[in-house]
Write a protein that binds this ligand. Structure first.
Ligand SMILES: C[S@@+](CC[C@H](N)C(=O)[O-])C[C@H]1O[C@@H](n2cnc3c(N)ncnc32)[C@H](O)[C@@H]1O
Length: 219
């Protein structure tokens, strides 16, 4: 439903996505970004204000939803950041391999449809010594909360344009080619536990396995 996607969903995310406990974690982790930065799914631009402009030479703001970009433009005007909005043509990040120092994802890996493929795309555009700063919600450790997450998932999936409550995001990050280097977890915000279990931290690209003698012999 384009009307919901473009007109309602952006305001829902803007309204519900930044209560104090969530904002406090953004304030702590977004300043870790440095150099050329790619933020995937910037939404209404809730993170922009937390970047340190002196550390960030360029911010590529990837966002496929035009309704979100309209809101994010307003946030951009509140900062001194050098921001370029980019789209996602053919589900491929339109940046060269190894082009960025930091990728930021907040509440986006819980929404992207083919998430492991998307994480591989993030690994592709990161420099080998780059880092992924993540802050995501998903599968709670408590079995009772998990049962509620399973019951409520389809409602959230509709209301929040593809949001999953039952993804184990750290496991998916590792499947996509990263090693989680540091992480904290907790139930945040004043929402029910089923929609407020979060992880936040840093993941780094796993070193490529050395080539076998047979692979070294090719080409
Ligand atoms: C729940 S919102 C989070 C917005 C913002 N990152 C925040 O922290 O408030 C998820 C965002 O991911 C975007 N999104 C959806 N599919 C995407 C994709 N394949 N690649 C990048 N972003 C995507 C949505 O348009 C939306 O803005």
């Amino acid at each position: 439903m384009p009307f919901h996607r473009d007109r309602i969903y952006p305001h829902l995310v803007n309204w519900l996505g930044n209560p104090k406990p969530i904002r406090e974690v953004r304030e702590r982790i977004i300043p870790w970004a440095q150099g050329t930065v790619l933020e995937i799914g910037v939404g209404s631009g809730a993170n922009f204000i937390h970047y340190v402009p002196a550390k960030v030479s360029k911010l590529y703001a990837l966002e496929p939803n035009p309704g979100m970009i309209r809101l994010a433009e307003r946030e951009r005007r509140r900062t001194a950041l050098n921001v370029e909005f980019i789209d996602l043509p053919g589900e491929r990040i339109p940046l060269a391999d190894g082009a960025v120092d930091t990728v930021v994802s907040t509440f986006t890996l819980c929404t992207i449809p083919d998430v492991v493929e998307a994480i591989r795309g993030i690994a592709r555009v990161l420099k080998p010594d780059g880092k992924l700063i993540f802050y995501e919600l998903g599968l709670a450790p408590d079995p009772r909360v998990r049962r509620w997450q399973a019951r409520l998932e389809s409602l959230h999936h509709w209301l929040f344009q593809g949001l999953y409550l039952t993804r184990d995001i750290p496991a998916l990050i590792e499947q996509g080619g990263f090693r989680v280097e540091q992480m904290e977890t907790g139930y945040l915000a004043q929402f029910p536990k089923s929609s407020s279990y979060c992880w936040w931290g840093i993941a780094v690209p796993r070193a490529l396995a050395p080539l076998s003698p047979r692979e070294r012999g090719r080409g």
